[in-house]
Design a protein around this ligand. Structure first.
Ligand code: ADP
Ligand code: MG
Length: 583
């Protein structure tokens, strides 16, 4: 058993004794070793009591520690890291507020099925349980429970390996998600014998086991699909997460049916693929008779399967989480398994079935695509100044087309919708946005997570309002010299900058920000390469130069204040009354 020693201070609280190296170590050291053993290479966080030493130990042990200015952004980075690597991103937070700030990101990761582990220091149990008032005291485990995929507390250093393994398994197995691991101060500081501690370390066998779909479910799906006259495939970010890009492409191409990528599934198969139905979305919804959902949920982003959807259409769903099935529309053919196993099984059985798709269906999708794409291209023609979202995006598109390796991070309202519609994504996992919860405030964190996890170049296209939530962490991009270019579309407001204060005083309207703000000067403060641009030509030149730098860059894009509409494409979600005040 562990030999744990403590000192009692004047205040009566138990303080860990100082370990005598090299024979003794602390719980923090055990935790760091355990993370290393699991292959953790990067950690995102913001330190203070009681986890500062832990971050130093991790750094000394070769785990890259990316220190942030706000925990929520560190959490967004960990979540994006998890999404892009299929291993849990690690977030480190301090007790109380730090924990709570980070928890929002861990919950968001859970909603989006991204694997991450939030490790938080917490105060001694006794005064919290008796509600006696202690430094940063909060019953963190109970706050986290129910909001994340799993939550654990580890009280003894000898339990740390088990705790980390449980957290790891919970994050990556089945439907991935966010996990909370609470580590109270006494456990972090407990002094133990080094040799004994090292003997506790273990490696989990098969932490994200394959889940093989039943042969019956595969046959049921293929029978339905092959009988369809107007079949379609919807790809979701679960399909990106699975990292079986070639197999999915093979499945789609062998079936020869149109596919519709959800926003983060763009690029899994290049957006300009001849079977892409991006531009014919309503036709797919209204007319497809059998739709196969691949790592995509029939949630609000797909009208929960109602509204515009063909009421007589039938669904096949390739999904890892059994309780997802039937949660909105009846699913005629659920295929429960991990996507790789399910796609393998479908590909293996496909030769036994003959597709009966009407060739006119694919032709129809392709001709709609041609017309819509031509119409869409027209929107990018006027080089309007002061810039609109469209004239600005005409410049961004030229640069993105020339640099398709850039991982795009995108948030905002109009900036989100219009960028998604404008930029063709050509490579898998190259678009990260505010996703299922449609939250604002993931930009800098996700950009950092993407850059650290992949080593690749990142382009963040941000609305001015969206940027405000995470802007201070642009400084983190600068301190870590990451290859991230941030483009801010400044139209001076949430949605736009022309809200009217009906009270008539000099206060700004609720949606009004600052059309004259010079975000580039914020970049100057932290030593980034910065630009302020007012025309599409200037933007194209600045962006071309910025992405070539492979370092921190920020471009303030001056838009017209009246560019952009209230809530972008989802204004219909507002209660009616709001529309009296906003444009
Ligand atoms: P989108 O918003 O792009 O439709 P969602 O996040 O709503 O994507 O849906 C992704 C779905 O993919 C979730 O239901 C999730 O359970 C599922 N999923 C995630 N990973 C896998 C996997 N490896 N195998 C099968 N399904 C998966
Ligand atoms: Mg704005």
């Amino acid at each position: 058993m562990a030999t744990t020693t403590t000192n009692t201070t004047q205040s009566g609280t138990q303080q860990p004794a100082t370990p005598t190296y090299p024979n003794q170590v602390t719980g923090m050291y055990v935790l760091a070793q355990m993370l290393k053993k699991l292959g953790v290479t990067d950690m995102y966080g913001l330190v203070g009591i009681p986890v500062t030493d832990f971050s130093y130990i991790c750094q000394a042990e070769g785990i890259r520690f990316v220190g942030f200015r706000h925990e929520q952004q560190a959490g967004m980075a960990a979540a994006t890291h998890g999404y892009l690597t299929k291993t849990p991103g690690i977030l480190l937070t301090v007790s109380s507020l730090g924990f709570l700030n980070g928890l929002t990101a861990t919950i968001n990761a859970t909603v989006n099925c991204y694997p991450m582990i939030q490790i938080s220091g917490s105060s001694d149990r006794e005064p919290i349980d008796l509600d006696q008032g202690t430094y940063e005291g909060l019953d963190q485990l109970n706050v986290a429970k129910g909001l994340v995929k799993a939550a654990y507390r580890v009280n003894k250093p000898e339990d740390i390996p088990t705790a980390v393994i449980r957290a790891y398994r919970a994050a990556v197995s089945g439907r991935p998600g966010g996990v909370y691991l609470d580590v109270p101060t006494p456990c972090l500081g407990a002094v133990v014998d080094r040799e004994q501690a090292m003997s506790w370390l273990e490696t989990p066998v098969d932490p994200a086991p394959a889940m093989i779909p039943s042969a019956e479910s595969v046959d049921r799906a293929l029978k339905l699909l092959s009988a369809a006259k107007r079949p379609a495939i919807v790809l979701g970010k679960g399909a990106q997460y699975a990292q079986i890009d070639d197999k999915i492409k093979k499945l789609v191409e062998t079936l020869g049916v149109p596919f519709l990528p959800m926003s983060m599934a763009k690029g899994l198969i290049p957006d300009n693929h001849p079977q892409s139905a991006i531009a014919a979305r309503s036709t797919i919804l209204e007319e497809a008779d059998v739709v196969m959902l691949v790592g995509a949920r029939l949630n609000w982003l797909l009208s929960r399967g109602h509204g515009k959807w063909n009421p007589d259409g039938q669904f096949i769903q390739l999904e890892i989480e059994p309780t997802e099935i039937d949660c909105n529309r009846h699913i005629a053919a659920p295929v429960i398994g991990d996507l790789e196993s399910s796609v393998d099984a479908l590909l293996a059985k496909l030769p036994d079935y003959k597709m009966s798709m009407d060739p006119a269906w694919m032709e129809k999708i392709q001709s709609i695509t041609k017309v819509k794409n031509a119409e869409f291209a027209q929107r990018l023609v006027p080089q309007t100044v002061p810039m609109t979202h469209w004239s600005a995006l005409s410049a961004v598109k030229k640069v993105y087309d020339a640099n398709p390796d850039l991982i795009l991070v995108n948030e905002g309202a109009n900036t989100l919708d219009d960028t998604r519609d404008t930029l063709d994504i050509m490579q898998p996992r190259h678009r990260i946005d505010c996703a299922t919860w449609a939250i604002m405030g993931m930009g800098m964190g996700s950009a950092i997570g993407a850059a650290v996890a992949t080593g690749g170049r990142v382009l963040a296209v941000e609305g001015d309002s969206a940027f405000g939530f995470s802007g201070m962490d642009f400084s983190t991009i600068c301190r870590f010299k990451l290859p991230v270019t941030v483009v801010i579309f400044n139209n001076g407001g949430i949605y736009n900058g022309i809200g009217v204060n009906a009270n008539g005083d000099s206060d700004p309207a609720p949606t009004t920000l600052d059309i004259h703000a010079r975000y580039d000067k914020l970049g100057d403060a932290f030593g980034a390469k910065t630009y302020y641009v007012t025309t599409p030509a200037e933007l194209e030149q600045a962006l071309t130069e910025a992405v070539a730098l492979k370092g921190p860059a920020l471009i303030d894009v001056q838009l017209a204040a009246d560019s952009g509409k209230e809530s972008g494409h989802i204004g219909y979600l507002n209660p009616e009354s709001l529309r009296h005040f906003t444009v």
